[in-house]
Design a protein around this ligand. Structure first.
Ligand SMILES: Cc1cc2nc3c(=O)[nH]c(=O)nc-3n(C[C@H](O)[C@H](O)[C@H](O)COP(=O)(O)O)c2cc1C
Length: 215
């Protein structure tokens, strides 16, 4: 009898732990900070990558995450964005956010995160030591659907995604500095792992990653 009670307690504790470990399928982000912060020229003057060794390891809050994502790919006017997108179309570079719980895709439409893969995969995305230390890793991946949906027809669509990623990551360098967050751009990533894990088709490109950690 005693053994059965113990087994029941053990199993229900296990079930609760398993349920708690399940990442949320969708996360509504809090409103981003849209004013204040460091003067822009001070942030430009301070812009630097956090060193790979000794990368800042403190956790980034949901409010900070919200501000970072909005400043990389958010709407700041009706149908217009904080960074320029060719011919005024929707953002054609997706941002995936890898953290402790899993990898989420940023949905600018309702400023939320959609689960793409569960589990802590940060070190699998980039084998460098700072990827494991970082609070979050942003992953930039081209998204042709968005780009062509509104009729964008330039022969230079691939170049466009690289230009947009440059604008998005530079914006992130400045805003992260303003929030006291260390950041590092990196080209290094396990592209095959990223493609498989996130179901990225062969005609889309995982472009780069951006590691972030609170100082
Ligand atoms: C195109 C590009 C690719 C990079 N790739 C990596 C990388 O794979 N791993 C890494 O640790 N840093 C990478 N970096 C970060 C650079 O090493 C860093 O930006 C450079 O040393 C200049 O330092 P700063 O950003 O402080 O000016 C990359 C930077 C750029 C611009």
């Amino acid at each position: 009898m005693k053994r059965r009670v113990f087994a029941a307690i053990f199993l229900s504790a296990f079930a609760i732990a398993a349920a708690q470990a399940e990442p949320a399928s969708s996360i509504r982000l809090p409103a981003p900070q849209k004013s204040g912060g460091k003067p822009i020229l001070d942030a430009v003057a301070a812009r630097a990558s956090a060193p790979g060794s000794g990368f800042p390891t403190q956790a980034i809050s949901q409010e900070e995450l919200s501000t970072l994502l909005w400043s990389a790919s958010g709407r700041n006017r009706p149908d217009k964005w904080v960074v320029p997108f060719g011919q005024g179309v929707d953002p054609y570079v997706d941002i995936y956010v890898a953290g402790e719980e899993g990898i989420y895709r940023y949905a600018w439409q309702d400023h939320s995160l959609k689960l793409a893969a569960g589990g802590d995969l940060r070190a699998r995305i980039n084998p460098q030591g700072f990827a494991k230390a970082a609070s979050h890793i942003f992953l930039f991946v081209s998204n042709k659907d968005s780009r062509t949906k509104k009729g964008a027809n330039s022969p230079h669509l691939v170049k466009w995604t690289h230009v947009a990623t440059g604008a998005m990551t530079q914006q992130l360098y400045l805003v992260s500095d303003s929030l006291g967050i260390g950041a590092r751009y990196a080209e290094t990533m396990d592209v095959n792992f990223v493609r498989q894990t996130l179901n990225i088709p062969s005609d889309e490109e995982p472009i780069c990653i951006f590691a972030l950690g609170k100082r």
